[in-house]
Design a binder for this molecule. Sequence first.
Ligand code: SF4
Length: 233
Amino acid sequence: MREENIPYPSQRQTGDRIERSSLFSYACGRCGRCCRGTLIQTNPYEIAVLAQHLGTSTTAIIANYLDGVHLRHQGDGRCIFLSDQGCEVHSARPFVCRLYPLGHVGTSNGEESFVPIPPQPLTAGSYGESGTVADWLIQQNIEPMMIECDSYVILFRELFAAFAAHEGDPLGIYDWPEGAATIDMPELLDIDAMLMAECPEDIPITIEGRVARHQEILRKIFGLDPENRVLEN
Ligand code: SF4
């Protein structure tokens, strides 16, 4: 169904927060403009989903498709996964790609809201109000991914708070729990490498199982509360 194209942002102000019950719909025009020049941040769960989809390891995804925590760009600014046929990893695309053109704002007390993202100039996508934000989440099959991604948001928030609680460069301090002082960003992201190093005889088969084990290990290394791993469904 073609959406009635409601010009943005005349419909609402840029930066307005909306809720699951808010009117929202979007029809992708497959122009690929939102996949050019955009920084797509990834977390270990999303990297593991890409690795499974491409039949490789999280180590290889980090080495071949990421710059830091972001998907790499091709020379013309296109996402590394954007071809003339569209997204080459569509069913395994990261959370922000799935939710686009909405952003998700979560808080540590479990509250959430969504922010409509202003469209790319000349986008072929159509914005409308024929459904709700909740309908959009179902269409994008985003709920399972949101739970896992939120678990890393919680973990990294705690990690950065732990970094901030220590004086100076976290790599240079001496009062971290053993092991924490030498870990760097690729290692933080790389589930397969960490599980191979820490529990090679007992690596869970499912991505969710590996994520849970990865988070347990990180919490142990950095001396974080293991109970905060518990998620609300
Ligand atoms: S992963 Fe796919 S949907 Fe996301 S920016 Fe890249 S090409 Fe676009």
